[in-house]
Design a protein around this ligand. Structure first.
Ligand SMILES: NC(=O)c1ccc[n+]([C@@H]2O[C@H](COP(=O)([O-])OP(=O)(O)OC[C@H]3O[C@@H](n4cnc5c(N)ncnc54)[C@H](O)[C@@H]3O)[C@@H](O)[C@H]2O)c1
Ligand SMILES: O=P(O)(O)OC[C@H](O)CO
Length: 345
């Protein structure tokens, strides 16, 4: 029999952290959300809104925001870490002095750490040995969760009691939490799909049709599963919410930040301009860099990754990449641009 969670912490003041913190509080769990920005923390505590990352969403009034990390962590049985992958390890290093035995950590971050090609669960296990770890991933646009649109997600962990604790703490009439023991597959899938959302953004901006969008999503699923299964993931994971489910929502929705970056580049903006305009994290940009390098090193065939890399980092026209993908020809222009970018010209 499971024991009801009484207290939780959410580390990160962004859109997803805020959406899940509000659900935890609404489920009667005493929830502290930690963030650096005291103006946002005050707005959450007094107006029950996060005007910076989740505007126009009324948060549960019981949610408490704080800029005091020790206060957030102390007494929390579940600690959700929801900061971009670039900052993930440094944030975990800041929180670990406050951890005590029995506290569990759950990553909601869909990214990869470049040094050592670590997923965030690995970072948690490296930094916090002895603590149970899980990941949460699925088709979960934070803005829709904030608006209480019916949504499902997946908690994955090798610890069955932790899976149940997360299901019971977050599940509600509009948020259903499924469980999986394929933590690696669920987490890798969440990171990989961001690359294909960028590709989907390009093709939408170029005015390509519905057949094209379907082709891209389907071939993306084949490509991401080929990569993940080669690294040890369960192929069935890719047929579930954390696989095809998250791929579809991120590739189809202009609400996705990764899609929006791809769209802006398809319209002619540079990568730097597209990222600056977004003003939020688009994990797929760095993930693309690391997956392109890994696929080359491991000899895994990933033509969409290679094409997206050519567009983002070697400034190749996406139409030329599309032509090459359709005909299977290796146009010397794409290869030449990639070779030049690799030697830093
Ligand atoms: N937004 C979504 O719809 C969604 C859904 C599921 C998963 N995710 C994943 O969740 C993770 C976080 O995304 P988000 O949407 O909440 O991001 P966001 O861009 O909305 O917010 C990121 C938050 O992290 C904080 N942050 C960044 N660096 C920090 C540091 N060094 N110390 C402390 N705080 C820091 C920022 O101040 C901000 O509050 C990402 O990996 C994303 O892929 C997002
Ligand atoms: O806005 P994105 O592109 O980071 O995607 C958000 C979520 O990962 C969708 O499940």
């Amino acid at each position: 029999m499971s024991v009801k969670v009484k207290q939780a912490a959410v580390i990160g003041g962004g859109s997803f952290g805020t959406a899940i913190a509000s659900i935890l509080a609404a489920n009667g769990i005493a929830t502290q959300q930690w963030m650096r920005n005291d103006v946002v923390a005050t707005a959450i505590n007094e107006q029950h809104e996060n005007p910076q990352y989740l505007p126009d969403v009324k948060l549960d009034p019981r949610l408490h925001a704080t800029t005091d990390l020790a206060k957030a962590i102390t007494g929390a049985e579940l600690i959700f870490v929801s900061v971009p992958s670039k900052s993930f390890r440094s944030v975990v290093q800041q929180l670990k002095p406050f951890l005590v035995e029995g506290q569990s950590l759950i990553s909601t971050t869909k990214g990869i750490e470049p040094d050592g090609f670590n997923l965030m669960s690995q970072v948690l296990m490296d930094e916090c040995p002895g603590h149970s770890v899980a990941v949460l991933s699925g088709p979960n646009l934070a803005k829709e969760i904030g608006r209480k649109q019916l949504t499902a997600t997946v908690v994955a962990s090798s610890d069955g009691a932790l899976r149940i604790a997360v299901q019971e703490s977050l599940g509600c009439e509009y948020f259903r939490v499924y469980a999986s023991d394929d933590m690696f597959g669920v987490e890798l899938s969440g990171a990989l799909k961001n690359i294909y959302a960028i590709v989907s953004g390009f093709i939408a901006a170029l005015g390509m049709g519905e057949n094209t969008k379907s082709m891209i999503i389907t071939r993306s699923l084949a490509e991401m599963s080929r990569f993940a299964v080669a690294l040890g993931a369960n192929p069935l994971t890719f047929l579930g919410l954390a696989g095809v489910g998250d791929l579809v929502v991120t590739c189809m929705s202009p609400m996705s930040r990764n899609y929006r970056v791809g769209y802006a580049i398809g319209e002619g903006r540079t990568l730097d301009e597209a990222v600056a305009e977004l003003g939020e994290v688009a994990e797929g940009v760095n993930t693309l860099r690391y997956i392109n390098a890994q696929s080359e090193e491991l000899g895994i065939y990933m033509p969409l990754v290679k094409g997206a890399y050519a567009v983002l980092f070697a400034h190749v026209d996406p139409r030329l990449v599309a032509k090459e993908l359709m005909t299977g020809e290796n146009t010397s222009d794409v290869e030449f641009a990639l070779a030049k970018s690799e030697i830093g010209e």
